[in-house]
Design a protein around this ligand. Structure first.
Ligand SMILES: [Zn+2]
Length: 557
């Protein structure tokens, strides 16, 4: 019998096959056979047990009983509109357990078509790769709650002897899941005094971690459950942080890392894409979180306010809207923008998958309203933590789901003491972690995110900055200052020409977006759009254009 609280946990038998999603992050609600090898599927919308149906994006299900070589046509018929689905280069992922355990993209063509009433059909074909194994299909490589917890235990064992890896439960979610808080640093510069037990937080009786006397880097992930790249990126971050090499040592020596790996575990478990079990986008609740309704956000905010000396706040997300990885930062007064934006510029010189030009520091992105629930970004962790605590370095890191190849070259690393090129690479150990085809991409982005912190704080003993076109942090900030001034000048010129409306009483709450200015482009090679431009030639020939929802062009075969 169906569990009304978990309508996404289903098992459906059709002939000799079993379609199932009765597992962590699974969300199939219906499977029907329509012809000899074609199956129509429906997914459970986010928070469907509470009557919501807005988000129908994430999917994850299994099929048991297939024979090797069986040809299947799978059609999900109740999806929301999402731009990448109309690109033939978007591919779902699959794996077959136990024979092919790595998550990989399907290689066959896909068809996306609107079918009316806001519903869309997404079709792909697949040939079973093994007899009687479990074949799984998903929107993107999943990272269920139970696997996040398993990974934390694996990373805990990797912690070098000179360092600490302290795990504790910050609070329990509405469904009673533990929200892990991890503290990582080397053992120097810790007070012998333990942190306080904040009222309502830290439900277990285990000992609290010691008080930090170093600057703190606060990292959180998975407030949006379907944004699984955030967890793969966090894996990469943990690998670098715990690495015995100079980079890991330097990070652990200079900072204390406070990490909340999963902020919306109930949403993750239920196979939601963007909200919790009550249909709430938790990343709009940071202004006044309620311990009864949003306990995980309440705990994150209160713990954040308890900590002193937080230097960076990084909230890890994923996106499909731009061609590269990027970040959202806050709109600060002109004199503070170089210090704020230089972090993004430094990530760009530390990884070829990240682009400064795609980053958004606009005033508009601090107050934009969500098109579905109309809640403002003022309630996001990034904006609220800046406005409440005045911390400049508060960012939402947006990791791509998938990138075909690097977007630009990066300068070599130089040892700051010897002046010699530094070529030592980090040894990654992903044994026991989820196997995924593009883990190297997430690891590389993680290096960029962390090395840029060392560069900002000028404690990177092996930096790329001296061999970049900027040479020094100051000249990079100078470039950002000049760019911001050009943007402001263009804005005021447009004001005087009347091209941009000056804010008046009626538009004062709608800030003007800064105009785009030509950027001084560095290391621009290989410019490709990873998801949208690389359409195989054969598909270009066959594609025909149909008009989709909101008048947008959709390409289908
Ligand atoms: Zn997000």
């Amino acid at each position: 019998m169906e569990d009304p609280e978990h309508p996404q946990q289903t098992i459906t038998a059709i002939d000799n096959l079993i379609f199932f999603s009765n597992f962590d992050s699974g969300n199939l609600s219906k499977a029907t056979k329509t012809s000899s090898n074609t199956y129509e599927l429906e997914i459970s919308p986010d928070a469907s047990s509470k009557g919501f149906s807005s988000y129908r994006t994430w999917f994850f299900f299994g099929i048991r009983g297939l024979k090797k070589g069986t040809y299947l046509r799978l059609c999900i018929i109740n999806l929301s509109y999402l731009r990448p689905w109309s690109s033939p280069t978007y591919k779902p992922v699959w794996r077959c357990v136990p024979s092919h355990s790595e998550w990989q993209r399907i290689v066959t063509e896909t068809i996306f078509e609107p079918i009316g009433n806001g519903y869309n059909k997404f079709t792909w074909t697949f040939e079973a790769v093994a007899n009687d194994n479990d074949h799984f299909f998903a929107f993107a490589p999943p990272y269920p709650y139970c696997d996040v917890m398993k990974s934390i235990s694996i990373f805990e064992k990797m912690c070098p002897g000179d360092s600490t890896f302290h795990r504790e439960s910050l609070i329990r979610s509405l469904d009673g899941r533990d929200i892990e808080l991890i503290t990582i640093s080397n053992k120097s510069n810790f007070s012998t005094e333990r942190e306080d037990r904040i009222h309502g937080l830290f439900p277990s009786s285990g000992s609290r971690c010691f008080k930090a006397q170093k600057p703190i880097i606060f990292i959180s992930a998975r407030v949006h459950p379907g944004e699984t790249p955030a967890s793969y990126l966090l894996d990469g971050i943990l690998q670098v942080l715990l690495s015995p090499d100079t980079r890991g040592t330097s990070l652990r020596s200079n900072f204390v890392f406070k990490i909340i790996p999963i902020l919306n575990p109930d949403g993750v478990y239920r196979g939601n894409f963007r909200v919790d079990q009550n249909g709430i986008n938790l990343n709009r609740c940071y202004i006044e979180p309620s311990i009864m309704e949003h306990p995980t956000i309440y705990a994150a905010k209160w713990y954040f306010s308890y900590l002193h000396n937080v230097k960076f706040y990084l909230d890890l997300h994923a996106h499909m809207s731009k061609r590269s990885c990027f970040l959202f930062g806050n709109y600060l007064p002109l004199e503070k923008q170089p210090d704020n934006q230089v972090y993004a510029k430094l990530i760009e010189i530390n990884t070829p998958y990240f682009e400064f030009s795609e980053c958004d520091f606009s005033e508009k992105s601090m107050s934009a309203k969500d098109p579905k629930d109309h809640h403002s970004k003022e309630g996001s962790g990034r904006v609220a933590f800046y406005q409440n605590f005045g911390i400049i370095h508060t960012y939402t890191i947006e990791c791509s789901y998938y990138m075909l190849r690097p977007l630009h070259n990066i300068p070599p690393t130089i040892n700051m003491k010897t002046g010699r090129k530094f070529t030592e690479s980090i040894v990654y150990n992903s044994s026991g972690l989820i196997s995924v085809h593009n883990r190297a991409f997430f690891n590389d982005l993680a290096v960029g995110v962390l090395m840029a912190i060392l560069d900002v704080e000028q404690c990177n003993s092996n930096s790329r900055l001296p061999l970049s076109e900027f040479r020094t942090l100051e000249s990079m900030k100078e470039y950002i200052r000049a760019r911001a001034m050009i943007q402001n000048r263009i804005l005021s010129k447009n004001f005087s020409r009347g091209e941009v409306k000056r804010p008046d009483k009626t538009t004062a709450d709608k800030p003007t977006t800064l105009p785009k200015v030509p950027l001084r482009k560095i290391h621009k090679l290989n410019v490709v759009s990873p998801i949208f431009n690389s359409v195989p030639q054969t598909l270009h020939h066959k594609a025909k254009v149909v008009i989709g929802p909101r008048g947008k062009s959709l390409i289908r075969e």
